[in-house]
Ligand binder design. Structure first.
Ligand code: SAM
Ligand code: DTB
Ligand code: SF4
Length: 339
């Protein structure tokens, strides 16, 4: 066994404290890397054990996404079909009207979703955009759905306004490790993202924060992303792990595919380091196949995006997801972590 594996096998870390963790409870990149290096059965066993301590392992949360403002974004995120500078065929549209959003949220609820996430292709919303989205949040909330929004960088006061309207979660991803991030995005820096996450937390809105795997990063950089997420204080309540969807016209269109087991490992390591988080198997499921998705559930993923579309790209159709869950003896449900 190499030394990283030995370290991981013997690593019996205490559970992170509910309040501010002591510096000693922070994950080093080296420790997270050691988890990645474990033999696959040991890693999955460990992730599954942690998962069972906190959640019913047969329950999967369904969250439905809606792009409320599509395309035309000024940012240069290399993976993104909505960046105006890449020729991806995505047409820019204006912010949707409340009635249309309400109808989509009702359909999502009727189909079994418990959470509704509204995404906008903005660098950062203006004050009047936040007011309009607050109205949408209140409308969706009135249906009894959990609400989530992802609108880009927030300024002081924005998260409070959204919370006042009933926003439960704000999604803002770190995307990658700090030392790889600059290869992917140049129009906003890592600290901007951390600042927005701080504002969300301070306003009392739950944090949904994750990243993308398969953009050409190294394993150490995948460990670097997970360490960043796990060391947020407290770590996010919700952690979307996206597999890159390679979109024609984006700089990452021809990115070499990632070994699927490496994606499963990332899910497992997220589960081990963030035991109480909802770990969402997010973008990329359509390209993944049922067996890899089943391994992700075994590795501790307990949430998926449910609905035929993500924001602009495809997602498995709802019947395929219901069939997959039935074949695996899993059921859709609202998650409550065991204290
Ligand atoms: N514009 C806002 C922002 O960037 O914060 C919100 C919407 S943005 C599309 C939300 C997230 O979707 C990104 O942070 C990224 O993690 C994910 N995403 C975008 N394109 C993707 C792709 N091709 N594959 C996987 N994930 C992607
Ligand atoms: C997240 O982490 N993944 C979702 C959600 N948060 C907003 C978005 C995935 C987008 C995939 C590319 C697209 O459909 O445009
Ligand atoms: Fe714009 Fe968000 Fe896409 Fe970046 S990820 S280009 S900020 S929509």
């Amino acid at each position: 066994m190499n030394s990283l594996v030995e370290q991981a096998v013997t690593l019996h870390r205490p559970l992170p404290a509910a309040s501010r963790p002591a510096a000693a409870n922070r994950w080093t990149v080296h420790e997270v890397q050691a988890l990645f290096e474990l033999p696959f059965p040991d890693l999955l066993h460990r992730a599954q054990s942690v998962h069972r301590e906190r959640f019913d392992p047969t329950l999967i949360e369904f969250a439905t996404l809606l792009s409320i403002k599509t395309g035309g974004c000024p940012e240069d995120c290399s993976y993104c079909p909505q960046a105006a500078r890449y020729d991806t065929g995505v047409e820019a549209s204006k912010l949707m009207e409340p009635a249309a959003v309400l109808a989509a949220a009702q359909r999502a609820k009727d189909a079994g979703a418990t959470r509704f996430c509204m995404g906008a292709a903005w660098r950062a919303p203006k004050d009047r955009d936040v007011e309009k989205v607050a109205e949408l949040v209140a409308t969706v909330k009135s249906l009894g759905l959990e609400t989530c929004a992802t609108l880009g960088m927030l300024e002081d006061g924005h998260a409070q306004t959204l919370r006042g309207a009933g926003l439960d979660y704000y999604n803002h991803n770190l995307d990658s490790a700090p030392d790889f991030y600059g290869d992917i995005v140049t129009t906003r820096d890592y600290q901007d993202r951390l600042d927005t996450l701080g504002r969300v937390r301070e306003a009392g809105v739950k944090v949904c924060c994750g990243g993308i795997v398969g953009m050409g990063e190294s394993r150490v950089q995948r460990a670097g992303l997970v360490a960043q997420l796990a060391n947020l204080d407290p770590y996010p309540e919700s952690v979307p792990i996206n597999h890159l969807v390679r979109v024609q016209g984006t700089p990452l269109a021809d990115q070499a595919p990632l070994d699927p087991f490496e994606f499963v490992r990332t899910i497992a390591v997220a589960r081990i380091t963030m035991p109480r988080a909802r770990v969402r198997l997010s973008a990329g499921r359509q390209q993944m196949g049922d067996a890899v998705q089943a391994l992700c559930f075994l590795a501790g993923a307990n949430s998926i995006f449910y609905g035929d579309k993500l924001l602009t790209t495809g997602n498995p159709d709802t019947q395929a997801d219901l069939d997959l869950l039935a074949r695996l003896g899993l059921k859709q449900g609202q998650l409550t972590p065991i204290a």
